[in-house]
Design a protein around this ligand. Structure first.
Ligand code: AMP
Length: 215
């Protein structure tokens, strides 16, 4: 089963994708994570994308489609793929459709995670991540334990994303509404879209996603 989690930055796509990986043996393909890895690798591509990401703008379609193509052709996801943060433009959505068709795969569900902008600002500016396993914490709703140890892996180092600040978030939200939200109509027209309330408690969001997948 291959699915897309669609929603603005801070909607909880990464958190829910990680749960699906644990529960269903699926593989999470996050272009944001791939790009963050590329920027620390010292490559020319990493240098080019770093500034774009920090400003909150979108990296070119060519780069992200290339990253996804590489992962999909590697294969190895028996439980299927979760596309997290990809596609973000209509060109990327078309390219994903072509890639899946080439590989004889299908797109089984597109799940829109609905949230409002005020909640996003609060979530994103309070967000931090375990440097070892990527577990996501929030200063208000899921603080890092008092002993400074990650509940998932025992790691002791936590990072805040360079683009998780109010200025960059404004640009990221604009990019979402201008370039990514048309995908809601696109996938609705293809009969693949379902929506869940992304503001509900984490377990309830997971339950709604499960209902879509098992529906
Ligand atoms: P994310 O972790 O998904 O919030 O992505 C962080 C940043 O990486 C975004 O603000 C973009 O600059 C870039 N990025 C991630 N995925 C894509 C994509 N599919 N297309 C273009 N840019 C992307």
């Amino acid at each position: 089963m291959n699915i897309i989690l669609l929603g603005p930055p801070g909607a909880g796509k990464g958190t829910q994708a990680r749960r699906l990986v644990d529960e269903r043996d699926m593989v999470q393909l996050s272009t944001g994570d791939m790009l963050r890895e590329a920027r620390t690798s010292g490559t020319e591509m990493g240098r080019v994308v770093a500034g774009v990401m920090d400003r909150g703008e979108l990296v070119t379609d060519e780069i992200v489609i290339g990253l996804i193509r590489e992962k999909l052709t590697e294969g190895g996801a028996s439980g299927g793929y979760i596309f997290d943060g990809f596609p973000r433009t209509l060109a990327q959505a078309d390219a994903l459709g072509d890639l899946l068709a080439e590989l004889g795969e299908t797109l089984d569900a597109v799940i829109e995670m609905r949230v409002d902008d005020d909640a996003l600002v609060a979530r994103i500016t309070a967000r931090s991540t375990c440097a070892s396993c990527g577990e996501v914490y929030n200063d208000n709703t899921k603080p890092i334990p008092a002993d400074g140890t990650c509940t998932n892996c025992g790691g002791k180092e936590f990072t805040r994303r360079a683009d998780d600040n109010e200025d960059s978030l404004k640009t990221r939200l604009l990019a979402y509404y201008k370039q990514t939200s048309p995908l809601i109509g696109y996938y609705h027209a293809k009969g693949a879209l379902s929506s869940v309330d992304g503001l509900a408690a984490m377990d309830d969001v997971a339950g709604s996603i499960r209902s879509v997948l098992e529906g």
